[in-house]
Unconditional design. Structure first.
Length: 556
C-alpha cells in the first residue's frame, strides 16, 4: 500500500485508537458465484487482502451464494483460481453464505417473533408499486399487521415448499415513510424452487443479499466490511439488521469506496455474460475481456494488476480510469522481466546475396538489457532471413530510417546490410529483397560501431518457427461503451478490429515455450504464449504494444 493513507485506513486507525472490536482488523472478499471476476473485483481483492496484511489482520474469502438460479460451481472454482493467481491466500478461511442458511433462517424466525418481520402475499410488482419515492412515503402492505403466530405458520409453509415462487415473501417491518427507500420494509426471503450448487434441494427459500451479507459478516467476526459505493444507501439496513440480531458490543462496520470503471470496456457481469453467451467473444477468458482470466490469458502479470490497484488508489468519487493506465503498469512490470526475442509478424523475404549459401552461424544477443542476470542467448543467422514488410519502402518519405533501395540498416545483433535489388511478381507486388552485407560490421566485430540510422529485427528463414500471432486491441471503439446511439445498446460499439490473426515467424528458441510465457518481440510489443499453442504451431497473444498507440490516435 502507498505511504499516504486512504480514507478507509483513516477509519480503521480511528477504530483501533478507540479500541473497537478488541482492536482487530478482519476483512473479507465476498464475491457472488454468478460469473467470472473482472479487474474491478481485482481492485477489491487487493484492497481487502492488502488491508488485512498491513494491519496484521485476517481476510476471508466468502461466496455469497444466495441465488441458486444464477450460480454455478464453475464460477466458484474460477474465483478461487483468480484470487490465488493474484497472490493472495485466505488460508483456512473459505466460507459460503450457504454455510449459514440454518442460522439465517433462525434469525428470520426471531425477527418474526419480535414482530419485526412479516409475510407478504403480494406480488413483487405490487410491493414495488407501494414503495413510493424519495419524496413520497410508501403505502403499508395490507398484510403488515399479521400476528406473529400467523407469520410463523406461513414462513414454515414457505420453508416446506407449500407455496409457488413469487406468491409469498418475508419482509422486514421497519418504516414505510423512511427517506431511505431501502428501509421501507425490504424483502428478506423469497421462494426459489431451484437446486443449489452446495445444498441441493434442502432449501426452497433463500435469503436476500442484504440479509445474508451483513449477518455473514457478523458470524465471521468481520470488523470492516468494505464494499462499493452502490451499497452506501444499504448501510442503514445493514446496521439495523445487525442491531436486531447481534449480542454484545461487537459490530461490523460497512465502508464504501468508488468502484473501478475502465475505459473501452464494460464491467457489468450481466453484459459480460451477454457477450459470452452470444459468442461475441470466445469465452470468459477471451483476452479482450476485463475478466481476470482474460487478462491472465492475454499475458497480464499479477504484479502489474496489484501495482495498478495500488497506484489508482481508493476514493469516494466514481470516475473512469483510462485503459492506458492499466497498460502502463503492465509495461513497467514486463519491461523488467520479459526476455527480448525476435519475431516477424508480416514477413518479407530478404536474401543476402554475398553471404555463402551453405553457411550459418550463431550470434550472441542479450536477453534483457534491464536485467543483466538474465544473461545472453544465441540466435541462428543464414543467407535468407525474414524482415517486417513495414520495414521496407521503395520510395520512402523524409525521416524514414528503415530499409530502402540503396540504403543501409543494421540487423539487430548481426550485420549492416544494404538493399541492392527489389524483386516483384507479375502484379507488381514486392516478394523479395536482395541485399549485400558487410562482414566487418558483425556485432562485436571490428566495425560493429559503424553508425547507420536504422536497426531492424529479423528471423533466419532456415531456422524460423512458424507461429500464429493474435493482435488484440480494445474491445470497444469508444471510451464509454454504454453511450450507445438512441435505439441501440452497448454492443453497437464493439470494435470490429479488436482481433487480427496473422501467420508469422519467430526465432526457434521459442519452440515448446510454456503457456503463459511472457516475451517482448523486439520493436513490436509484449506477447504471451496462448494455451491454444501446439508443439508445431505456437500461438502468441499480443499483450500490449510498446507504447500507448491509442493515446497517439487521440492526439492526432
Amino acid at each position: 500500500m502507498a505511504d499516504e493513507k486512504n480514507f478507509i485506513e483513516v477509519f480503521i486507525d480511528e477504530d483501533l485508537a478507540e479500541g473497537k472490536n478488541d482492536k482487530r482488523v478482519h476483512t473479507r472478499f465476498p464475491p457472488e458465484p454468478n460469473g467470472y471476476l473482472h479487474i474491478g473485483h481485482a481492485k477489491s481483492i487487493c484492497l481487502n487482502f492488502g488491508l488485512a496484511e498491513k494491519y496484521g489482520g485476517k481476510c476471508n474469502l466468502r461466496f455469497d451464494d444466495t441465488n441458486p438460479v444464477k450460480e454455478d460451481i464453475e464460477y466458484v472454482e474460477s474465483i478461487q483460481e483468480d484470487v490465488k493467481w493474484l497472490g493472495f491466500d485466505w488460508k483456512d478461511r473459505l466460507f459460503y453464505a450457504s454455510d449459514y442458511f440454518q442460522k439465517l433462517y433462525e434469525y428470520a424466525v426471531k425477527l418474526i417473533r419480535e414482530e419485526k418481520a412479516y409475510i407478504d402475499d403480494q406480488s413483487v410488482e405490487a410491493i414495488s408499486g407501494q414503495r413510493g419515492n424519495p419524496t413520497k412515503p410508501g403505502d403499508e402492505s395490507p398484510f403488515r399487521n399479521r400476528t406473529a403466530e400467523e407469520n410463523l405458520e406461513l414462513f414454515e409453509k414457505m420453508r416446506k415448499g407449500d407455496f409457488e415462487e413469487g406468491s409469498h415473501v418475508l419482509r422486514a417491518k421497519i418504516d414505510m415513510a423512511s427517506p431511505n427507500m431501502h428501509m421501507r420494509d425490504p424483502v428478506l426471503y423469497r421462494i426459489k424452487h431451484a437446486e443449489h450448487h452446495r445444498t441441493g434441494n434442502e432449501w426452497c427459500i433463500y435469503p436476500m443479499y442484504d440479509f445474508a451479507h451483513g449477518q455473514s459478516d457478523y458470524f465471521e467476526g468481520i470488523t470492516h466490511s468494505v464494499c462499493t459505493l452502490e451499497f452506501e444507501n444499504h448501510r442503514p439496513l445493514y446496521d439495523w439488521l445487525t442491531d436486531q440480531l447481534a449480542e454484545g458490543e461487537y459490530r461490523p462496520r460497512q465502508i464504501e469506496f468508488a468502484r473501478l470503471n475502465l475505459s473501452y470496456t464494460v464491467m457489468s457481469k450481466r453484459k459480460l455474460l451477454q457477450l459470452v453467451q452470444e459468442k461475441l467473444v470466445s469465452g470468459w477468458d477471451d483476452p479482450r475481456l476485463p475478466t481476470i482470466s482474460g487478462l491472465r490469458r492475454r499475458g497480464y502479470t499479477p504484479e502489474s494488476i496489484r501495482n495498478f490497484a495500488d497506484n489508482i488508489g481508493v476514493t469516494k468519487v466514481d470516475g473512469i480510469i483510462d485503459m492506458g493506465v492499466l497498460e502502463h503498469n503492465l509495461r513497467e512490470d514486463l519491461n523488467k522481466k520479459a526476455p527480448r526475442v525476435m519475431g516477424v509478424l508480416s514477413p518479407l523475404k530478404l536474401v543476402i546475396t554475398n553471404y555463402p549459401e551453405d553457411q550459418e552461424e550463431w550470434l550472441e544477443t542479450v536477453n534483457n538489457p534491464e536485467d543483466e542476470s538474465m544473461g545472453n542467448r544465441e540466435i541462428p543467422f543464414s543467407r535468407e532471413i525474414y524482415i517486417e514488410q513495414d520495414d521496407f519502402m521503395e520510395d520512402p518519405p523524409g525521416k524514414y530510417f528503415r530499409l530502402a533501395p540503396g540504403r543501409e540498416v543494421r540487423l539487430k545483433s548481426a550485420y549492416i546490410i544494404k538493399c541492392e535489388e527489389v524483386i516483384k511478381n507479375t502484379e507488381g507486388k514486392i516478394t523479395e529483397l536482395h541485399c549485400s552485407y558487410d562482414p566487418e560490421t558483425k556485432s562485436g566485430g571490428p566495425q560493429s560501431n559503424r553508425k547507420v540510422k536504422g536497426t531492424l529485427h529479423w528471423v533466419s528463414a532456415r531456422h524460423a518457427l512458424e507461429a500464429e500471432i493474435r493482435l488484440y486491441d480494445r474491445l470497444f471503439k469508444i471510451e464509454v461503451p454504454d453511450d450507445a446511439p438512441e435505439g441501440e445498446d452497448f454492443r453497437s460499439n464493439l470494435n470490429p478490429d479488436s482481433l487480427k490473426v496473422l501467420k508469422g515467424f519467430v526465432e526457434p528458441g521459442l519452440k515448446g515455450s510454456a503457456h503463459g510465457t511472457n516475451v517482448q518481440f523486439q520493436r513490436l510489443g509484449y506477447f504471451c504464449v496462448d494455451p491454444d499453442s501446439t508443439s508445431d504451431m505456437p500461438v502468441f497473444n499480443r499483450t500490449t504494444t510498446l507504447r500507448d498507440s491509442w493515446a497517439k490516435q487521440v492526439k492526432m
